[in-house]
Design a protein around this ligand. Structure first.
Ligand code: NOJ
Length: 568
């Protein structure tokens, strides 16, 4: 049976956020030349797939997640020739390339939107969501927006276009208008664009907020208000756009129009905020041919209170309950993707690990072991394999991200103290993930010869790739071993998962079983030593497969120690 499973069930994906990966031309912004120059790093790590965050022409309001031309490369990042070169170089090394597909919205500078905005009679008017003010109100009146939805980047999801007196919808920034997927011409244009990339040799897509493309709209074009948000004039519109009524139809159609009948080995992963296990089973059921796997958000929401800016400590039981449910829910149908870090999340070693000098390496490797031993496809975000941590942001001027800056303006104008907003930004801002990759100990960390667009973390003098490359005890070396283990051991890629000790507050343990072969994984997510053999007597006679620390006393799991053993 294992032989029939798709290639990506044994694969590890590496995400490159190109702005911050490697700069080859000294302008302080990473680029394709930089990615090409660092491919050895990826081969050396042993990853199978490179997911490239957007490199298309863009005004960069959201660092490229606002695209103004889907079929070209922004000169900031290089050229189409370099992209072709990247495809070829990756394929020559046995790796594959995933492009980022951002089609819930485009940039407001995309010619489609420019045309659409030109007036109510534009042939592309209906390619986006244009609506008059709320009945009985005048354009621009407070509260006259067509619905009460709050944008993911603060404020209303509607911006008035004074020329026509109509509003356009943007679930994200005002520079990211939502495309109207109800219109078949929009869908056909997206499908044609995707085929064009596949024809160039790319191997699939990571699909940005793809569960938001279908909006719950009445036959006469009305959209509904959402429940009011506490303490705000706005409401939660997610009931109208998360997993909307036509989402399965749109994804199945996309699959049919783009992938079906095409020779090749592709991968599609749909980013789906708010997706439940039950929904993910449907989205990733191979019989339905929609997407291969989804990015779910449950575990990265466990430290959120009323919003991501209201930070709470992670409770171990919640993490176990959540991951356990996802492992069980997708065991017979569908497939999990596994991640801690990406360009939207603060660094996991700071957030869920312990980035004190004493435990940073150990907690980074412990978290990595936990994740990589689950069933699913692991994603490594650039720098995670080096133990990169959050940045010591001092003032508001240190932040660049549109989400952080919008949040600051809205929260402070709503009466929150500037200090408390800054404290939350320091912990949760996406900029934590976006500081340049730390290649070496030189002043700009080997990232650029110019001035980096976001400062390099001062800790790069100690935490960098050059220092770790030949050190068998490094975080990097541990990632290499984890990735190799998945390739070598069918039980790691494919074995069944069973959670152990669901109520223990510090030890995260589980088994993986494939036929007669069984592994036990035990991770101590804290500073207190744990009596391993008392907690898990089966570990006693079990030989070590992989660990993150030298073992002094086999019966004890040391602080942040992770052990993988083979059950006799
Ligand atoms: C999800 C992306 O990962 C994020 O970076 C972006 O800001 C939003 N989607 C909007 O495209």
């Amino acid at each position: 049976m294992a032989a029939d499973l798709p290639w990506w069930t044994r694969a590890v994906v590496y995400q490159v956020y190109p702005r911050s990966f490697m700069d080859s031309d000294g302008d302080g912004i990473g680029d394709l030349g930089g990615v090409l120059a660092r491919l050895d790093h990826l081969s050396d790590l042993g990853v199978d797939v490179l997911w490239l965050s957007p490199v298309y022409p863009s005004p960069q309001a959201d660092n490229g997640y606002d695209i103004s031309d889907y079929q070209a490369i922004d000169p900031l990042f290089g050229s189409l020739d370099q992209l072709d070169e990247l495809v070829e170089a990756l394929h020559a090394r046995g790796m594959r390339l995933l492009m980022d597909l951002v089609v819930n919205h485009s940039s407001d500078e995309h010619p489609w939107f420019v045309e659409s905005r030109s007036g109510p009679t534009s042939p592309k008017r209906d390619w986006y969501w244009w609506r008059p003010p709320r009945p009985g109100m005048a354009a621009g009146d407070p509260g006259a927006e067509p619905t009460n939805w709050q944008s993911h980047f603060s404020g209303p999801t509607w911006t008035l276009d004074p020329a026509s007196g109509e509003y356009y919808l943007h679930l994200f920034d005002r520079k990211q208008p939502d495309l109207n997927w109800e219109n078949p011409e929009v869908r056909q244009a997206v499908h044609a664009m995707m085929r064009w990339w596949l024809d160039r040799g790319v191997d699939g897509f990571r699909m940005d907020v793809i569960n938001m493309i279908s909006k719950d709209v009445t036959p006469d074009g009305r959209l509904h208000d959402g429940p009011p948000l506490p303490g705000s004039a706005l409401g939660d519109g997610s009931g109208s756009f998360l997993g909307g009524p036509r989402i399965h139809e749109f994804l199945a159609e996309m699959h049919r129009e783009v992938f079906a009948g095409r020779d090749g080995a592709f991968l599609t992963v749909g980013e789906m905020p708010g997706v439940t296990v039950e929904q993910a089973r449907v989205f990733t059921d191979p019989a339905r041919a929609e997407v291969d796997m989804v990015f779910q958000f449950e575990h990265v929401g466990l430290d959120h209170g009323t919003s991501k800016w209201d930070v709470h400590p992670l409770r171990m039981r919640d993490l176990k309950a959540s991951f356990g449910r996802w492992q069980a829910g997708l065991s017979d149908v569908g497939w999990n993707s596994l991640y801690w870090d990406n360009h939207d999340q603060p660094r996991a070693v700071t957030r869920f690990g312990d980035d004190s000098p004493r435990y940073r390496r150990d907690s980074a490797t412990c978290l990595a072991t936990l994740l990589h031993l689950h069933r699913g496809t692991p994603y490594v975000y650039q720098g995670q394999e080096l133990g990169m941590a959050n940045f010591p942001f001092a003032t508001l001027e240190d932040f660049a991200d549109v989400e952080s800056l919008n949040h600051y303006v809205h929260a402070v104008s709503a009466g929150e103290s500037a200090d408390s907003v800054l404290t939350a930004l320091r912990r949760m801002s996406r900029d934590n993930a976006r500081t340049p990759v730390q290649w070496d100990a030189s002043p700009s960390a080997g990232f650029t010869t110019g001035t980096p667009w976001l400062p390099v973390n001062p800790d790069h003098r100690e935490w960098n790739a050059a220092a770790q490359r030949d050190d068998p005890a490094s975080v990097l070396a541990h990632y290499r071993r984890l990735i190799a283990l998945r390739h070598e051991e069918p039980v790691v890629a494919l074995g069944d998962f069973a959670m152990l000790l669901p109520d223990h507050d510090e030890v995260y343990a589980f088994t993986r079983t494939l036929g007669e072969d069984a592994l036990l994984v035990a991770c101590n997510l804290g500073r207190r030593p744990q009596p391993l053999f008392e907690l898990l007597p089966r570990a006693k006679e079990a030989p070590l497969v992989l660990g993150n620390l030298p073992i002094e006393d086999a019966a004890v799991l040391g602080p942040w120690e992770a052990r993988v053993v083979r059950l006799p």
